[in-house]
Write a protein that binds this ligand. Structure first.
Ligand code: ADP
Length: 395
């Protein structure tokens, strides 16, 4: 059987990220982004065979963007497209793994929308447009939350009255599951260990950031919760704050819930602390020039990350390795080294040359001889979604 092609789609409210993945090729055949959809500036950008191109979509929406994408995909895939994998943010408690999209699973995905009011409706837009444009192709939903459905109850329950959990689904779900699963599996392969008998801590550090404890191939705890706001300091998200902060701001400043929501999700994190940027590269440059806010933001980011990793270690029987991934985890020797400096009791030591060399997609161990493993593993959520899609086609 010739190697198969899967189109991976990640729909946001005004954007679509896509990648055409061939099961036998490490690089994407075609990849790109449609952005500012349904606005006059709507545009499609793509890369194929080393060339970059763009097309104005004249106010086009998700369906218009996918319709423009269709001939590009067909031509890049040589007419051989075997399925579509959709990233879906929230699968609630219904989805413990990827699922084929059919009327029943669509209903269940719709039913989880209240848990992810910003993300799931956007993901559904993409699914519905793709079903209309590619009605003959099998389509699969891959959930960010599914990998964390193996959390034990003592890790996923909040200490609030039970009725909130039973009747309203208030519990910790966790996100970035596709990435934590991909990198922990790769880490086991890279270390010559069986994934089913291994124990990892993983730190996914992109614009959103989370940690995860993975034991014998299963997520046992993770830092994000009911929503992706819980846990680490992120680009613009605060991560953990005192839950009374909402009440405090409402009482003392008269702020509305919407204002507080926007503060904690869009104006906080690295951006809020530094007063400068949500982008770690810019903050590292500013720190090197003595910028006080950038220096503090980096320190808080690393300390809170170390604290979260130490907390995650409660879920591990032993530590086979610590994994760094995501744009920051894969590219920043400074953040990796500062985080380890705050984790003294773990006895992790870096090989500074290897640490400095692991950037721009390079994978590898960066620990010193005698130290527990520390690995940089580039994530590839699109490939994992394609693999999950293929696994369901083969089932
Ligand atoms: P997303 O979560 O949107 O997929 P990424 O995983 O691409 O984001 O991560 C984006 C973050 O990675 C940004 O904060 C960016 O500054 C950071 N980053 C990328 N390259 C570097 C680098 N060389 N050094 C430090 N941070 C970097």
């Amino acid at each position: 059987m010739p190697a198969r092609n899967i189109l991976v789609i990640n729909c946001g409210s005004s954007s679509i990220k896509f990648a055409l993945v061939n099961e036998a090729q490490p690089d994407f055949i075609l990849s790109g982004l449609a952005e500012r959809l349904a606005s006059p500036e709507a545009v499609l950008h793509w890369q194929h065979a080393g060339n970059k191109d763009s097309l104005l979509l004249q106010g086009g929406d998700h369906r218009a963007a996918l319709a423009q994408l269709l001939p590009l995909v067909q031509s890049a895939a040589g007419g051989q497209l075997h399925g579509i994998g959709h990233r879906v943010v929230h699968g609630g408690e219904q989805f413990t793994s990827a699922c084929l999209i059919d009327p029943l699973s669509l209903l269940a995905i719709r039913a989880t929308a209240p848990l992810a009011p910003l993300h799931n409706p956007a993901n559904l837009l993409g699914i519905e447009a793709a079903l209309k444009l590619f009605p003959e192709l099998p389509q699969v939903a891959v959930f960010d939350t599914a990998f964390h459905q193996s959390l034990p109850e003592h890790a996923f329950r909040y200490a609030v009255p039970e009725a909130l959990y039973r009747e309203h689904g208030v519990r910790r779900y966790g996100f970035h599951g596709t990435s934590h699963r991909f990198v922990s599996q790769r880490a086991a392969e890279m270390s010559g260990l069986a994934f089913a008998d291994s124990s990892w801590l993983s730190a996914h550090l992109g614009n959103g950031c989370s940690t995860c404890a993975i034991v014998n191939g299963q997520s046992r705890d993770t830092s994000m919760g009911l929503t992706p706001l819980e846990g680490l300091v992120m680009g613009t998200r605060s991560g953990d704050v005192d839950p009374n902060l909402h009440g405090h701001l409402a009482r003392t400043l008269g702020w509305s819930l919407e204002r507080i929501d926007s503060l904690l999700n869009k104006e906080s994190g690295l951006l809020g602390l530094s007063g400068l940027s949500n982008d770690m590269r810019s903050l590292e440059q500013a720190r090197a020039q003595g910028h006080v806010g950038a220096t503090l933001a980096i320190e808080v980011f690393c300390y809170r990350l170390a604290k979260s990793l130490a907390a995650m270690s409660c879920a591990l029987p032993r530590l086979d390795g610590l994994i760094f991934t995501g744009g920051i985890g894969e590219n920043s020797p400074l953040i990796r080294s500062k985080t380890l400096a705050y984790l003294k009791l773990f006895n992790l030591a870096l090989d500074e040359t290897a640490n400095a060399a692991c950037t721009r997609g390079a994978a590898g161990p960066i620990h010193a001889p005698g130290s527990p493993r520390v690995l940089v593993v580039p994530t590839n959520e699109e490939r994992q979604i394609a693999l999950d899609t293929l696994a369901l086609l083969d089932a």
